[in-house]
Design a binder for this molecule. Structure first.
Ligand SMILES: [Zn+2]
Length: 303
């Protein structure tokens, strides 16, 4: 399904190019700077976490919305007719790929928008076992930003320099964010740098910052673990003196509460990864990672 989708995305991208250059040419013939005269590029992302990247690079030259609403999991999302209509009117779709949005290929097909350029943001980045959550590592998020910069420049070449400048500034922010997180994680006692998580969104973040993803409750979207698997996780948690089990607000807390009770550890139910939060403290990518890091550091005994 993924291979088919990537091929389709490439075809859409080529189809988009002709129309895009035509639109830009029209704007420049008016004699007004294309940067200010043309309408902003209509961008859709699959998840709200990516909106930060698009806004940071595109500034006022883009209009961005996510298909999956804030607080909803992209892995089991059911697209709506309104999503098809939005895709029909969009110029660029930024998706993650690697199976995060299994519902998307059909939705794009249904939208029938030959001008839609599709960017698979994880393309070309180093993946681990097919885990799609690359953006949770700010180092890899820099790759998403570069890909978005290039995609926007193809759609709106008149603003290429602006996109490049914005992307460079945001890249510096991501580097600073990475250093800041590393410093905070370093305050966690080394023996406690271990997480059991609800779904495996933390692998890239954990690997970057020297944490260990010891266990994952839900191995595949929507797949409830059987009791013996949960019992194994409890044993693992006890044997490794794990301090907490972590989940996102979009999932039912029942399983992590059961596990935490059996293992005698605490539950953290407000980590954000696939979606930013309705909590104003978690309104974009940097604030999301700062918030998450604060929660993790506190739960694992750091400062
Ligand atoms: Zn996820």
């Amino acid at each position: 399904m993924i291979c088919k989708f990537v091929r389709m995305a490439a075809a859409s991208a080529c189809a988009g190019l002709g129309v895009i250059s035509c639109a830009s040419g029209h704007a420049s013939s008016s004699g007004v700077s294309r940067g200010s005269a043309a309408a902003p590029v209509a961008v859709l992302t699959t998840i709200s976490t990516f909106n930060s990247f698009v806004s940071a690079v595109g500034g006022t030259r883009v209009r961005v919305e996510s298909l999956v609403p804030v607080g909803v999991s992209p892995e089991d999302y059911q697209p709506t007719p309104a999503d098809i209509a939005r895709l029909h009117g969009a110029q660029l779709l930024v998706e993650n790929g690697l199976g995060l949005e299994a519902w998307l290929a059909r939705t794009i097909e249904n939208a029938g928008n030959p001008n839609l350029r599709v960017l698979v943001a994880s393309d070309g980045l180093p993946t681990k076992g097919g885990n799609p959550h690359l953006w949770m590592d700010p180092e890899l998020a820099r790759g998403y930003v570069r890909a978005i910069r290039d995609a926007l420049a193809k759609i709106d070449p008149a603003d290429r320099d602006l996109f490049a400048k914005n992307a460079q500034a945001y890249d510096r922010q991501l580097l600073a964010l990475e250093r800041e997180i590393a410093k905070q994680i370093a305050t966690i006692p080394p023996a406690s740098r271990t997480m059991i998580v609800f779904h495996n969104a933390w692998q890239y973040y954990d690997d970057r910052f020297g944490l260990r993803t010891l266990g994952v409750i839900e191995l595949a979207p929507g797949q409830e673990p059987n009791p013996s698997y949960v019992a194994d996780l409890v044993r693992l948690a006890r044997a490794n003196h794990v301090r907490a089990v972590f989940a996102e607000p979009e999932y039912s807390p029942k399983l992590i509460q059961t596990l935490a009770e059996s293992a005698g550890i605490k539950t953290i139910e407000d980590l954000y990864d696939d979606s930013i939060g309705t909590n104003p403290r978690v309104h974009d990518y940097p604030s999301m990672l700062r918030y998450d890091t604060g929660v993790i550091v506190k739960a694992l005994g750091g400062r």
